[in-house]
Design a protein around this ligand. Structure first.
Ligand SMILES: Nc1ncnc2c1ncn2[C@@H]1O[C@H](COP(=O)(O)OP(=O)(O)OP(=O)(O)O)[C@@H](O)[C@H]1O
Length: 261
């Protein structure tokens, strides 16, 4: 699976430089990986680095292959990526938007295989009825599901999703996590997902990576091992309790910020 070795990255502006990571080491596990951490920790930056959108120091490996050294077209075959920021308007239909997800493999003519893959993905996300609608007219949550479909319609080895549950209602959040599990099982791929909902991560993730507000590695492992009252306080600055549900998964109840006495 993916391994990040000694990742160092700073955003360089015209006047200033913002250090995000200094020698960050992270190892992901098989299946569904959740990346947790407070605002500004560097979660999106980590996904961008993995997908090759940033010039960083360090090395990222997929098994024994160096992702850092891969050419862009090789990288897009191995991975697909859903960024946090989506475009909001497009004249394309939902079907055409999702078809764009297969762009790296598309021939001059769209094949039945491409169309079937699009319709199967729309069906899996329960949005087949939107196929003919214009993307620009959809609600925020429906647009999000279309972008998720665009990411899933290809068949890469790794899928990177930055806050995919944002703007989805509760039922769709749960259905999406369930679907990700099904995809992992059916296609034998690995998924890395940035989440803010700790309970959702605890319920669905096979492996959790926690980054501090300073962009440092804090902990990783099973939900039961890493989601603790100590972690909530040290990483999120929150006083809360952690209990185990009937499936032995941690459930957090946040009580107050450490800043509020
Ligand atoms: N283009 C940029 N130029 C300068 N600084 C940036 C840029 N993008 C992000 N940053 C800074 O880098 C740090 C990490 O940002 P990043 O978006 O990776 O955090 P995050 O953990 O994904 O946050 P959030 O949970 O709020 O989405 C933040 O301090 C942010 O202000």
């Amino acid at each position: 699976m993916l391994k990040v070795n000694s990742l160092t990255y700073s955003y360089k502006g015209v006047k200033s430089k913002h250090d995000v990571f200094k020698n960050l080491d992270v190892e992901f596990g098989p299946g569904l990986n959740a990346v947790l951490g407070p605002n500004g920790a560097g979660k999106s930056t980590l996904l961008k680095a993995i997908f090759g959108l940033l010039k960083y120091e360090g090395a990222i490996y997929f098994g024994t292959e160096s992702i850092t050294k891969m050419k862009t077209d090789e990288k897009t075959k191995v991975m697909s990526y859903l960024p946090q920021m989506d475009i909001d308007f497009s004249m394309l239909s939902v079907l055409e938007m999702v078809l764009l997800g297969r762009l790296p493999d598309l021939k001059q003519r769209v094949s039945d295989e491409d169309l079937n893959a699009v319709m199967d993905t729309l069906e899996a996300l329960n949005i087949k009825d939107l196929a003919g609608r214009s993307f620009g007219e959809l609600s925020g949550g429906q647009k999000k599901l279309v972008f998720i479909a665009q990411t899933l319609v290809r068949e890469p080895k790794i899928i990177l999703l930055d806050e995919p549950t944002n703007s989805l209602d509760l039922q769709k959040q749960l259905e999406l996590c369930h679907l990700l599990h099904r995809i992992i099982k059916d296609r034998k791929i690995d998924i890395i997902v940035v989440l803010h909902d700790i309970n959702l991560a605890a319920r669905y993730a096979d492996h959790i990576v926690i980054i501090t507000g300073e962009g440092e590695y804090y902990d990783s492992g099973s939900a039961k091992d890493v989601i603790t009252e100590k972690m909530l306080k040290e990483v999120y600055g929150v006083i809360g309790s952690v209990t185990l549900d009937e499936e032995n998964r941690p459930v957090i109840s946040a009580k107050r910020s450490v800043r509020d006495s």
